[in-house]
Design a protein around this ligand. Structure first.
Ligand SMILES: [Zn+2]
Length: 237
């Protein structure tokens, strides 16, 4: 969560600095980056506060940012007191994924994280369900078009690729939540529920891809055909 300090600079996780916590500065040695004064208004605590849309620059990578800030107590920014209402761009922490995770599945997971960052919570839930779905398919659990995600999770647990505990979490935290989004009436869902889906989707990816060679052996013993064993389609002649 971005925070503003007494000097008026903003501390936020910067997308240009790989999500590291960075300082976004509002001025240079010679001037300021720019500001739009939206209004003077009565803040809930302070009389005659000002509301600014203010430009910032990351001290690490130089990326620009914009903050929505109320301040008061002094007519010049950053005032004697201030409150940061909004800041862009800001990334949240990114969960580590095993290096063997297929590219498309990794991208799907990151898109889920981006949805969470931008507050599109339902979209994020759909993405994490999709990560689970695509992971099981890539590991040979989609036997035919009619094989449901529910059945695929159970098969992976029966083969010993995921534990019984993970089976339960995959059902409860990822599949059911995602299904609610995809198939039920629109309703608000809690960000905490989607955070849990993100967490367990990452765990499932670790189960399948942390020690890929051992998992491949297990899959082959169970008669599954993971993507690694599939023949590429013959080139058209
Ligand atoms: Zn940066």
């Amino acid at each position: 969560m971005a925070e503003i300090n007494d000097q008026g600079n903003v501390q936020a996780r910067c997308p240009g600095c790989r999500g590291a916590l960075s300082s976004f500065e509002w001025r240079t040695a010679t001037g300021i980056h720019g500001t739009v004064r939206a209004s003077s208004f009565k803040h809930r605590y302070w009389n005659d506060a000002k509301l600014d849309y203010r430009l910032f620059r990351c001290a690490g990578c130089g990326r620009g940012g914009i903050g929505v800030i109320a301040y008061g107590g002094d007519s010049n920014f950053p005032g004697s007191y201030r409150e940061l209402y909004d800041f862009y761009p800001e990334v949240r922490d990114r969960l580590q994924l095993p290096k063997d995770v297929p590219k498309g599945i990794g991208k799907e997971f990151r898109e889920g994280e981006k949805c969470l960052e931008s507050g599109t919570i339902r979209a994020a839930a759909g993405m994490f369900r999709s990560v689970l779905d695509k992971t099981l398919r890539a590991n040979g659990y989609k036997l035919k078009n009619g094989t449901t995600l529910e059945q695929q999770i159970d098969m992976a647990a029966d083969d010993g690729v995921i534990t019984a505990a993970r089976r339960r979490r995959a059902h409860e935290e990822i599949r059911v939540l995602g299904n609610d989004v995809l198939h039920d009436e629109w309703q608000e869902i809690a960000i905490e529920d989607v955070e849990a889906a993100r967490h367990y989707a990452q765990r499932v990816l670790e189960d399948f891809y942390d020690d890929r060679q051992s998992v491949l052996k297990l899959l082959r013993e169970a008669g599954r055909v993971p993507d690694e064993d599939k023949q590429p389609p013959a080139a058209a002649t």
